[in-house]
Design a protein around this ligand. Sequence first.
Ligand code: CTP
Length: 415
Amino acid sequence: SQAMRDDVLDLIRELPPEIGLLLDKIKETADHLGIQAYLVGGFVRDLFLRKSSQDLDVVVEGDSNSFANQLIEVVEVHKVVQHHQFGTVKITFRDGTHLDIAGSRWEEYDFPGALPTIEESNLKEDLFRRDFTVNAMALCLNANRFGEVVDFYGGLRDLQQGEIRFLHNLSFIEDPTRMIRAVRFACRYHFKIAKVTREAINTALQANVLLKISKERFTEELMLILPEQAYQKMVRELAAFGLMKNWFGREFAWNLAESEEEVKDWDLEKKWLGLLISLENDEIRAVLDRLAFTKSMLKHTLDYVAVRSKLRAAGDCPQEGYAALFGVKEGIVDLLKKHEDLRPLIESYQQALQNLKMTIRGSDLLAAGIPEGPEIGRILQDIHLAWLTGKISDFEEERNYLLQILKRNSEGSTK
Ligand code: CTP
């Protein structure tokens, strides 16, 4: 309806100017080529929720490459990548906006029925292949229909009711990662998962579809959950569905008492390690085998496991524990402290750090002839650790310790 379209135009006017400008350029390009162009998916959903997004998905009639080639004549782009196998083009802009253009060989489909045009029936088909009704709306960008909502599946109704609803019964069988996405969207927007959809998730789980998710796909989904503000709730929900067991090896137990607010600023690494608190080291290693982490996430996790082991092994010898904790990021030390058995040792380490009487500074090392560079940092750390572990307990010993280092260094360099 016209009233609806006016509302949408208002929402579009409230978008950041760069995005508004980009939509105009897409409109002009589509009209110039005489083809239809639609904004689809998450951007449309978020527009109605008044959440701004920098990820735009556009479906155009015909070939995405020809469209992209026309578009980049009139907009300033940062990077253009063509994915031939999917027939899509990804454009990145300097301000961080991403535009995905998918082509649609609409004229090749032949969809009989009561739909006004072939073109529209094929858009309907395209949207039907998506995950949830709220993600399956389109907005026409051509000038004569600019801002017109195409909502075949009740996406707007579900947005208003706050429900995540699949489009068809086979949705989760076809793509089991959608079960995880359902939880992510529901928690992010404080929506419910519609009853039929919940039932379909349970049915799919009984049919063991989780086994069809590759390591890579699950890891991707996991990495989409960690940055979310409601990530704890998501993990709890996933566990309630029985969606975590497959990767965590047993029923997942949440051990963090922190509120969403407190966890909000944790980095990804800390949020991830926070999930592992209730797992033993060998269980964590088994989880890692089921994931396809990047080298850096893998290293963080293994470092965490190693420090935890060393602290347990330190037992009556706090100095050993101090050496293990030395250099570990504050956030991670904070997590380790959540283990009752490790807390006393970590607290005494933190005390020791505060009481440290180290006097030697970088400037002293420069004055002693050490050239500026990483070596200065290494020596300071070495002295720092020597204080912590009790190798040095007064200034006299500190000075001797430094002299030894300097001696070793000069022997090393004359060799
Ligand atoms: N999609 C799908 N099934 C999937 C993944 C994606 O149907 N397993 C569809 C959805 O329609 C989605 C669109 O592809 O809207 C784009 O996917 P993505 O960028 O992952 O989703 P967004 O909805 O933009 O989610 P987010 O806000 O988390 O970026």
